[in-house]
Design a protein. Structure first.
Length: 287
């Protein structure tokens, strides 16, 4: 109640810190805390709701994995969604509160990409038009570090950036915290771009393999004069798709120059594609 008192304009950091300590000290702390916070965030008093959101974000920063696992459950996410949904409290929640709630959920999609329910909740809000576009996170807002996961942190592969981030986060200067947030966001963006690149490569190579296999089967039937007119049209369509896949492979190869293993995969797929196109021309086009 003290930490979310709507009569105070500034955050009561002493109370907020005590609240976080109590969450960490109690076995059921995260569960109880989120029940209380959900009630406060849904308050018709704007000040109380905004203070509660600050407490929530501070807990995410300071209360570790147990707290993170609780915020990622639909039980709590639905309470946040009610603040935004016109079917519930969205009709009277202030725009400032709704904007903060949207920002909070979006920041969790960035920092907890492994939490499927958070991703689903945010995508549902966008699909329903409740969230029109991704919010721009303020530079002076330090987002919570990801929960410990079996895979390595995105900072583990770059020791220099990891050390720099640790030094900036320990600083009490606002400009250092802003620099830390910019560093975090740039590394996350780089990681997302790498992930998208890998996804494009895997999908394209898979499509090449499928089309080459399909063309081989159709060409065998063609040689035996067993293709119906419809199958001949399919063969022509597969050939045209294979032609369009060639420049995609060239582009992927230029992106993967520094990755020998990925480049070898792409070149192997390119060889298969060239062989299939050559066979088509030899068997079909010559006739």
């Amino acid at each position: 109640d003290e930490a979310t008192d709507p009569s105070i304009s500034e955050e009561n950091w002493e109370c907020i810190q005590r609240f976080c300590e109590q969450v960490n000290a109690d076995t059921e702390g995260p569960w109880f805390a989120l029940r209380l916070l959900a009630h406060k965030i849904q308050s018709p008093q704007e000040g109380e709701a905004l203070h509660a959101l600050t407490v929530l974000e501070t807990c995410v920063n300071n209360c570790g994995g147990r707290f993170h696992s609780e915020i990622a459950k639909f039980r709590f996410l639905n309470e946040l969604i009610k603040v935004l949904s016109p079917k519930y409290y969205g009709i009277w929640s202030s725009e400032k509160v709704k904007s903060r709630v949207t920002e909070v959920i979006f920041s969790w999609t960035v920092w907890f990409p492994q939490e499927v329910k958070i991703q689903d909740a945010y995508h549902m809000l966008k699909k329903q038009g409740i969230v029109k576009e991704d919010p721009k996170l303020p530079e002076d807002k330090i987002l919570p570090p990801p929960s410990p996961r079996p895979q390595n942190s995105i900072f583990d592969t770059d020791e220099e950036k990891s050390k720099l981030l640790a030094r900036l986060l320990k600083s009490s200067h606002p400009e250092d915290l802003q620099a830390a947030n910019r560093l975090i966001q740039s590394v996350v963006q780089e990681e997302q771009e790498k992930s998208a690149q890998v996804s494009r490569r895997v999908n394209t190579i898979s499509e090449v393999s499928e089309n080459v296999r399909h063309m081989d089967e159709l060409l065998q039937s063609y040689r035996r004069h067993e293709l119906s007119p419809a199958d001949q049209e399919t063969l022509q369509a597969v050939f045209q798709r294979c032609e369009k896949l060639r420049p995609l492979l060239f582009r992927l190869a230029s992106e993967a120059v520094a990755d020998e293993e990925a480049l070898a995969e792409i070149l192997q797929a390119s060889d298969k594609l060239s062989r299939a196109l050559g066979q088509y021309r030899q068997v079909v086009a010559s006739q």
